[in-house]
Design a protein around this ligand. Structure first.
Ligand code: BG6
Length: 486
């Protein structure tokens, strides 16, 4: 991999969970890979008053478990040379003069501000950076979700950040776009001739996008109470995956060509009326059960959660795209906490053959299916129907399995690692543009409004199951089933 030009990165929220779990480990990996030269500096900024030594100790202890076998003391020491700590109140204007002094005058150097704080601080940080003259032409800002809790609040945040950074300097991160199989889906679709002719209503019966987690809310109950699965996962990650599946071939791979096509998909999603919300969405909340053989508490028993909470920990939606390519093809999206496995995958179910010649016994053998798996393993499997060896014409599904770990031996970049590299290099293709984000909010808002107005509670499901029964019913009304039930 090419060495990066020297850069300065300021991590606001530098002692937080994301910094320790993802951002610092990602930067460590890049030091290890030799892409981050000794001239680059990473400045963790946070409120706590810590000496540099105390911060380095905290960072090493906190990051180590996430680095696993990739940790070694010598690389860490080299990484730590690039790392320093700056204690500041991000909302106080007078903290930014000293921050500027710590950064020094380097107008031609790449400067990345990473906002890994609550979005409530984004406006103040941007204004103070602007006020202190710290935003140079080579600066960029990376903003973490949640960017607002509805269209209006996301507009406010975007306006506040946009007053000081141009759109080309704003990197809205959706870490699902950094996952290798998602980029491979772009390669599959647009670097091969085989699939594109079939990638349309004539040949595709339905599309299923599942992101299931075994985890619960992991001590983030008070955050999750005001969020829920629709805002936390579906509005961003699942809709971005849907865009990659459904977009038209872009004219080039540059950021706007790709993002223009994703935007068209979001704008073609059929809007929900309140009757649609009742018929085409399912929200669920887990009750006590068992996951991976271990008993777990129900959502309302989690710390920080109201005993009568109506927050959904599961959502399933039938989305429809009103375009020539996709009219009549349902896109089923679902995501949930406390599901039986950690699974993220996209399933494209192709139609049955138009005329079946192999007799009744073999009829109904599932025809072609393409499964793009992001978690737990990274693979693409294409299911075909083949004849079983023997004297009868017995048919059986088999699959062509492209296991990325097997096919490509090189170390694969973690999603955050890839996206941090892109932000440093100034590549926007895998980041979300403002209009895309707002179109996504426009589409989910009627669902949120309708749920808020309804007396109904989320349907309960046992922790460790695939969600409420209504989720299966959502598909069976169309004569379909989720892939694990099929
Ligand atoms: C985050 C959500 O965006 O994605 C979390 O806020 C969720 O609630 C996480 O656990 C899942 O990411 P991944 O990459 O582990 O599937």
């Amino acid at each position: 991999m090419r060495t990066l030009p020297d850069f300065d990165m300021v991590l606001f929220g530098g002692t937080g969970d994301l910094a320790m779990r993802k951002l610092l480990p990602a930067l460590y990996q890049q030091v290890k890979a030799g892409t981050v030269g000794p001239g680059s500096r990473i400045l963790a900024a946070a409120r706590r008053s810590l000496t540099r030594e105390a911060f380095l100790e905290l960072a090493e202890t906190s990051c180590k478990p996430f680095l696993g076998a990739d940790y070694d003391a010598a690389t860490w020491a080299s990484f730590a040379e690039r790392l320093s700590y700056f204690s500041m109140d991000a909302q106080a204007a007078d903290s930014y003069g000293p921050l500027g002094a710590a950064l020094g005058q380097h107008p031609d150097r790449i400067r990345v501000f990473y906002y890994s704080t609550s979005p409530d601080f984004f406006a103040a940080i941007s204004a103070h950076l602007g006020g202190a003259g710290l935003i140079t032409p080579h600066s960029r800002v990376v903003v973490e979700k949640p960017l607002g809790h509805d269209l209006e609040s996301s507009r406010e945040i975007n306006d506040a950040v946009g007053r000081h950074f141009t759109e080309r300097q704003i990197f809205r991160i959706d870490h699902y776009l950094g996952k290798e199989p998602v980029q491979n889906l772009l390669a599959l679709r647009f670097a091969n001739v085989l699939f594109e002719p079939l990638w349309r209503r004539e040949w595709v019966q339905d599309v299923q996008i599942t992101v299931a987690e075994q985890l619960g809310v992991e001590g983030r109950g008070d955050f999750y109470e005001g969020t829920g699965a629709l805002r936390d996962m579906l509005q961003n990650h699942l809709l971005q995956l849907l865009c990659i599946v459904a977009m038209e071939p872009p004219t080039a791979s540059d950021p706007d060509a790709v993002r223009d096509e994703k935007l068209k998909v979001l704008r073609s999603l059929r809007a929900f009326t309140s009757q649609d919300v009742a018929a085409k969405t399912v929200r669920g909340q887990y009750k006590a059960g068992a996951v991976a053989g271990r008993p777990v508490a129900g959502y309302v028993e989690e710390p920080g959660v109201a005993p009568d909470s109506r927050t959904e920990t599961f959502v399933a939606v039938k989305a429809e795209i009103d375009t020539w390519r996709w009219a009549g093809v349902p896109f089923f999206l679902r995501t949930g906490k406390r599901m039986p496995e950690k699974l993220a995958e996209i399933v494209i179910n192709f139609r049955q053959v138009p005329h079946f010649i192999f007799g009744e016994a073999a009829h109904g053998t599932r025809a072609n299916r393409l499964v793009i798996r992001m978690q737990p393993d990274e693979s693409m499997r294409l299911y075909l129907v083949a004849k079983q060896p023997g004297d009868a014409m017995a048919l059986h599904p088999v699959n062509l399995n492209l296991d990325f770990a097997e096919s490509f031996r090189a170390r694969r970049l973690e999603a955050y690692e890839r996206l941090l590299l892109d932000a440093i290099r100034g590549r926007l293709t895998l980041f979300v543009r403002r209009d895309e984000q707002e179109a996504a909010w426009c589409w989910v808002e009627p669902i949120l409004d309708s749920w808020a107005a309804s007396e109904d509670r989320p349907k309960s499901y046992t922790a460790g199951s695939w969600g409420p029964a209504a989720s299966s019913a959502l598909l069976s009304r169309d004569g379909l089933a989720w892939s694990e039930e099929d």
